[in-house]
Write a protein that binds this ligand. Structure first.
Ligand code: DX5
Ligand code: ZN
Length: 219
């Protein structure tokens, strides 16, 4: 059994972005995770369209865009045009979630919704059948390199049950503090995609770490 690994370029070296994207191209990571932060929904500002375009220019991997911004509906088509394959908005940042999900799908991108650690899984009960991805945040969003919040694993189990009960075809992604120490428990709980920033880019051999996370459940 293996998962999709989605390294987060938030932890890449931006002065050597092409080099780091090429490393990912040559690795077993299937997705590249792009963290967009606006300094309002989260206390940090990361990057926007030009960085996504630059990544897109150098990769054919699946670009997984995580929008940590208020009113993301203002920018959906621009993120699609900049190269997003998946667009994930935060439940907490949106008033009319059903409408935003349809807006994302209309662009041709896949649609995801992220839940902050304190937001209950049940918040997605009515829309899970519309989604391609549920993102369970396992840190409070805003920064790379934070400590994994253990109760996130229980939320992965809950969302897995919700998906199975509803017959939805939807993947589960976990984001924040994920690495070799918790990959197996998350895969066992039902995770399909693991985001890893610090664990990959701070390791001595990022490509090897990606491989180890990918096959963590096989052990
Ligand atoms: C946190 C971001 C994450 C982050 C993950 O707000 O959404 O994607 O970059 O980084 P690590 O794996 O270092 O926790
Ligand atoms: Zn993220």
């Amino acid at each position: 059994m293996s998962v999709i690994v989605a390294p987060s370029v938030l932890s890449a070296d931006f002065a050597n972005l092409q080099r780091d994207v090429e490393m990912l191209n040559n690795s077993e990571a299937e997705w590249i995770h792009i963290d967009v932060m606006d300094g309002s929904f989260v206390p940090n500002i990361s990057f926007g369209f030009p960085v996504l375009q630059a990544v897109r220019k150098h990769t054919t991997k699946f670009c997984d865009v995580h929008l940590m911004i208020v009113q993301p509906e203002r920018y959906i088509s621009q993120f699609r045009d900049a190269g997003a394959d998946m667009i994930t908005v935060h439940y907490e940042a949106v008033t009319h979630l059903d409408s935003v999900i349809h807006q994302v799908k209309k662009t041709g991108a896949m649609a995801g919704v992220a839940l902050n650690p304190a937001t209950p899984v049940a918040a997605l009960k009515e829309v899970v059948h519309l989604l391609d991805l549920v993102l369970i945040m396992s840190v409070n969003p805003g920064f790379g390199g934070q400590k994994f919040i253990p109760y996130a694993t229980g939320k992965v189990r809950e969302v897995k049950k919700m998906i199975l009960d509803s017959g939805a075809k939807c993947q589960i992604e976990v984001d924040g503090g994920v690495g070799l120490n918790n990959a197996k428990e998350l895969i066992d709980a039902g995770a399909d995609v693991l985001v890893a920033g610090n664990a990959v880019f701070a390791s001595e051999s990022p490509a090897q770490t990606i491989r180890q996370i990918k096959f963590a459940a096989a052990k």
